[in-house]
Design a protein around this ligand. Structure first.
Ligand code: NAD
Length: 259
């Protein structure tokens, strides 16, 4: 098993991509911390993991709250004594044109995606530096590399994660802490399912047209990326084992974006 006895904190792990990473990490032997705003759903995920024999813990965490983040990571240390992997994954989407966005919508997006990544990184790094090892993985997007209409704060925040990752990679190297970004294409999770009717309304298209002509149009094969595809990339980054693979961003998108 590639992650035996590693303690992995995954934010936003009560749903979608984060939940799949929790399941696949547990399968690889990790002790998994399911950190989410939605504690009931996090506890449900943990119950599923434990039913399959995994060690897992649910923690309540709003990634935009410094207190929540620090308390939750302290709870992880109290339970497991260390933290080896952080997957900073919590996120959401807002669909609106730049001239129609509210300032509050803009700030909320940057707060969850960027402040959340910073706060969870800082809380985990303290322990990783003492351990002299660790892996930080940010959930970027093809929108870390490319833009789409109606997604200004999301595109801005996801681009910003690459900057944070590169600095953490440089500062963390002497402590054997790596930092990398996964950039998924479109994955059919609740986050995307919610966007389909919203985009249809904004763009004056049918929902089928949004999927075919907007979301999957630029893939090489018209296919969705799956949560399992993303979990495989997350396993690779967490188990690499040296500073050779750090400061990188990996696009997993059926060719929606090519480097
Ligand atoms: P999802 O909606 O299925 O899950 C997101 C989870 O994050 C939920 O459990 C939610 O409760 C949690 N969350 C939201 N705000 C939070 C906060 N402030 N603090 C703690 N938890 C919070 O979404 P998903 O599609 O699995 O997305 C996960 C990540 O993947 C996001 O960062 C998203 O931007 C990124 N991503 C998704 C896609 C896609 O197509 N689904 C593509 C590229 C990137």
């Amino acid at each position: 098993m590639k992650l035996e006895n590693k303690v992995a904190v995954i934010t936003g792990a009560a749903s979608g991509i984060g939940k799949e990473i929790a399941i696949e990490y547990a399968r690889e032997g990790a002790k998994v911390v399911v950190a989410d705003l939605n504690l009931d759903a996090a506890e449900q995920t943990v119950a599923e993991l434990q039913a399959n024999g995994a060690e897992a813990l649910a923690v309540s965490m709003n990634v935009t709250s410094e207190k929540d983040v620090n308390d939750a990571i302290q709870q992880v240390i109290n339970n497991f004594g260390r933290v080896d992997v952080l997957v900073s994954n919590a996120g959401f989407q807002t669909i609106a044109a730049v001239d129609e966005l509210t300032y509050q919508q803009w700030k909320n997006m940057l707060s969850v995606n960027l402040d959340g990544a910073f706060l969870t990184t800082q809380a985990c790094l303290k322990h990783m530096y003492k351990q002299k090892s660790g892996s930080i993985i940010y959930m970027g997007s093809v929108h870390s590399k490319e833009a789409s209409k109606l997604k200004a704060p999301y595109v801005t925040a996801k681009h910003g994660l690459i900057g944070l990752c590169k600095v953490v990679a440089k500062e963390g190297a002497e402590y054997n802490v790596t930092a990398n970004v996964i950039c998924p294409g479109f994955v059919k999770t609740p986050l995307v399912e919610k966007q389909i009717p919203e985009q249809a309304k904004e763009l004056g298209l049918t929902e089928e047209q949004v999927v075919k002509n907007v979301m999957l149009k630029d893939t090489v094969d018209g296919e969705w990326t799956t949560t399992k595809d993303i979990a495989q990339a997350a396993i690779m980054f967490a188990s690499w084992g040296s500073n050779a693979l750090t400061g990188q961003s990996l696009v997993v998108s059926h060719g929606w974006f090519m480097q």
